[in-house]
Ligand binder design. Structure first.
Ligand code: 13P
Length: 259
């Protein structure tokens, strides 16, 4: 599989960190450290929803902005939730679906992820579905079955055009926020397995074009080895993305790999 046919996506998941007051300084530091943005790399920021307009303004079309979650209904009596259309109206172009923290802390299910993907697409947002196994599941040798189950239950039955707007992120739960990264060869193996599954669920050409990002303790010093793998099309970065110089170093390393 030729990775260069797919765009490289380097995405920052800020989780529940930062406020609007941090955005201006962050972006000026980030872009100062990233003098030339190579054509082959797409940058995405996933801030908390309240900051989306501030980040959209600060990146000034140099990056895309996404929400971290949405509800599957368009609107309704769902206190504390946010609709995909609301994210789009705030300037978001993408939304994360099924991040492991939401699955583990909020009990989000594959069935809900499937509905959220449809809601996002209907609202004009491009969904990025996160999948990944726990340490126990990996140690039991069940990682492929777990991830492929999450995938097939969430993305089955979309149209060709809808699949073209979907991205995936493989985030092994044991690697998130732990400083423990999947070995590039293991991550590559999982990405190739995921791509094969997308070929069966959707079609080989859809699978060949689908971006599959890796997430889990991506840092400036391991980004190249990870995104250099043929089926790894970028990184979804948590902790390191909170520091503009670290995130710029990851984006720069990825740009070198993509060029
Ligand atoms: P860390 O990079 O902090 O491990 O987080 C990864 C993640 O969850 C991105 O969505």
């Amino acid at each position: 599989m030729n990775a260069s046919k797919r765009p490289m996506i380097i995405a920052a998941n800020w989780k529940m960190y930062k406020t609007a007051a941090d955005v201006g300084l962050y972006m000026s530091s980030f872009y100062d450290a990233l003098p030339e943005q190579r054509a082959g790399v797409r940058l995405v920021f996933f801030p908390a929803a309240v900051m989306i307009p501030d980040v959209v303004q600060a990146v000034a079309k140099r990056a895309q902005v996404g929400g971290q979650n949405c509800h599957w209904e368009t609107e309704g009596a769902y206190t504390g939730e946010i609709g995909a259309g609301m994210l789009a109206a705030a300037g978001a172009e993408l939304v994360l679906v099924g991040h492991s923290e939401r699955r583990q802390l909020c009990g989000e299910t594959d069935a809900q992820c499937a509905k959220k993907i449809v809601a996002a697409l209907n609202a004009g947002l491009d969904p990025m579905l996160c999948v990944g196994e726990t340490l126990e599941e990996r140690e039991a040798g069940r990682q492929h079955a777990i991830v492929l189950g999450q995938l097939s239950r969430a993305i089955d039955g979309l149209s060709r055009d809808e699949y073209a707007r979907l991205a995936l992120a493989y985030e092994p739960i044991w690697a998130i926020g732990t400083g423990r990264t999947a070995a590039p060869v293991d991550a590559q193996q999982m990405h190739a397995t995921i791509r094969d599954a997308v070929a069966s669920i959707a079609s080989p050409s859809i699978a060949a074009a689908m971006p599959i990002l890796y997430g889990g303790s991506v840092k400036p010093n391991n980004a190249v080895d990870l995104v250099g793998q043929p089926d790894i099309d970028g990184a979804l970065v948590g902790g390191a993305s909170l520091f503009p110089l670290n995130f710029a170093a990851i984006a720069t390393a990825a740009a070198r790999t993509a060029s």
